[in-house]
Design a protein around this ligand. Structure first.
Ligand code: B12
Length: 97
């Protein structure tokens, strides 16, 4: 689906989130599946991301806590920032099911 979005709207920021992508955030970013992965709970993190992206663009992503992203400007393949809140991995989610 993201491939289709990139094709139709070049330059669109692609973001994934949720329990499925959180444990494999680094691998997904390295693979180029999406530019940004929101890890853990999304309310604050996604809101911060949209706010920072809207005001200062991709170069300020390092200020957003709880994301993993590709930083081409710094020639780094992947950066993982701190978190607002972490539910960890599938085992934690399993306990809540
Ligand atoms: C309800 C539910 C379903 C419902 C979904 C109904 C619906 N229309 O939404 C149904 C029954 C359809 C379902 C199906 C499946 N489910 Co289900 N489901 C759940 C359950 C119980 C709650 C999920 C939920 O809505 N939570 C409430 C929301 C608000 O919280 P959240 O999901 O954690 O989301 C937060 C963050 O993750 C983040 N976030 C989430 N998505 C996104 C997206 C973006 C872009 C961003 C930025 C952030 C973000 O922000 C949210 C708020 O903080 C969880 C177990 C659990 N307790 O979490 C399992 C769970 C998510 N399901 C699971 C699985 C395996 C499946 C199925 C693959 C099962 C199957 N074999 O068919 C399918 C997949 C269906 C699909 N196509 O994706 C697993 C996922 C395991 C994993 N690590 O990937 C879980 C964790 C259960 C488990 N312990 O095994 N599921």
């Amino acid at each position: 689906m993201l491939d289709e979005v990139r094709l139709r709207f070049p330059g669109t920021l692609t973001v994934l989130g949720g329990v499925g992508v959180t444990p494999i955030a680094e691998a997904l970013v390295k693979k180029g599946a999406a530019e940004v992965i929101v890890r853990g709970e999304g309310e604050e993190t996604f809101s911060d991301l949209v706010s920072v992206y809207g005001s200062r663009g991709r170069q300020a992503f390092h200020e957003v806590e709880g994301i993993t992203f590709s930083d081409q400007m710094a020639a780094l393949s992947q950066i993982e920032t701190g978190t607002h809140s972490v539910f960890g991995h599938t085992a934690v989610a399993d306990a809540r099911f």
